[in-house]
Design a protein around this ligand. Structure first.
Ligand code: NDP
Length: 249
């Protein structure tokens, strides 16, 4: 059990908190004392369960709707007076070889993953700048580092999130706001449950720890970047992949 209470008084928004890594981040931040709001798109039942289990507050709000996002941020600032932490976690895949990929599947993935992160960062940066403090954590993917066939849309969105993070860190760092990124490897969630068994086995062979990660293992890295434990870390990327990248095994 987590004994730390270092996020007390902090107000956090986690996008895509109804399932998977997002749910683990919601639980981790809430267990460390933060007041957490999380978004979701369609999973009403799952979101209600996360709300009940964690004490966090669910907000139905699509990544693709800038007006909904701006009004969610306005209402959180109105009720809480500030936003300290934004975790840009919501994301989707729609894997296809490029020859077969309809334009709308390209656009949908980019709009959800990278344009959505832009919309949230834009909405929270004003209250964070007024407070002259805050942290933004962008959840990228090993697909943004490696070339994975069938993921041109997802890889483009996740690679873009990394360069977006660094540029945003350069803009907001002087205002006291730290922006960093987390790159998960293969993590046990609904997203990887859909992977064909053969692809899973191939990837397991390339992971030094020879297992997929748990959402909680990503959540702890996110909480580190959200907390004062990382007070001098900015514009950086933490890779949580069990040794999939970074070595020649
Ligand atoms: P899941 O598919 O398990 O959950 C995705 C979450 O995003 C859900 O809460 C979902 O809401 C939300 N979401 C999806 N579309 C929208 C939208 N348009 N508006 C608002 N919320 C939305 O994903 P994971 O937990 O596996 O992944 C979380 C993040 O981590 C993603 O950005 C993913 O790219 C990244 N990642 C995951 C890896 C993995 O192995 N699992 C590896 C590397 C990166 P709803 O439930 O309503 O659909």
């Amino acid at each position: 059990m987590n004994q730390k209470n270092d996020l007390q008084e902090k107000v956090a928004i986690v996008t895509g908190g109804s399932r998977g890594i997002g749910t683990a981040v919601v639980s981790e931040l809430a267990s460390r004392g933060a007041k957490v709001f999380f978004t979701y798109n369609r999973s009403d039942e799952e979101a209600a369960e996360v709300e009940k289990a964690s004490g966090a507050v669910k907000v139905k709000c699509s990544q693709t709707d800038g007006e909904q996002i701006a009004s969610a941020v306005d209402s959180i600032v109105a009720s809480e007076g500030k936003i300290d932490i934004l975790v840009n976690n919501a994301g989707i895949t729609s894997d296809q070889f490029i020859m077969m990929m309809p334009q709308e599947e390209w656009t949908k993935v980019l709009d959800t993953n990278i344009n959505g992160a832009f919309r949230w960062a834009k909405a929270v940066c004003r209250p964070m700048m007024t407070a002259r403090q805050g942290t933004i954590i962008n959840i990228s993917s090993v697909s943004g580092l490696l070339g994975i066939a069938g993921q041109t849309n997802y890889a483009a969105s996740k690679g873009a999130l990394l360069s977006f993070s660094r540029a945003l860190a350069a803009e907001l760092g002087p205002k006291g706001i730290r922006v960093n990124a987390v790159v998960p490897g293969f993590i046990e969630t609904d997203m990887t449950a859909r992977m064909p068994r053969q692809i899973k086995h191939q990837n397991l062979d390339r992971i030094l720890l020879h297992r997929f990660g748990k959402p909680s293992e990503v959540a702890r890295a996110v909480a580190f970047l959200a907390s004062e434990d990382s007070s001098y870390i900015i514009g950086q990327t933490i890779v949580v992949d069990g040794g999939l990248t970074g070595t020649v095994a």
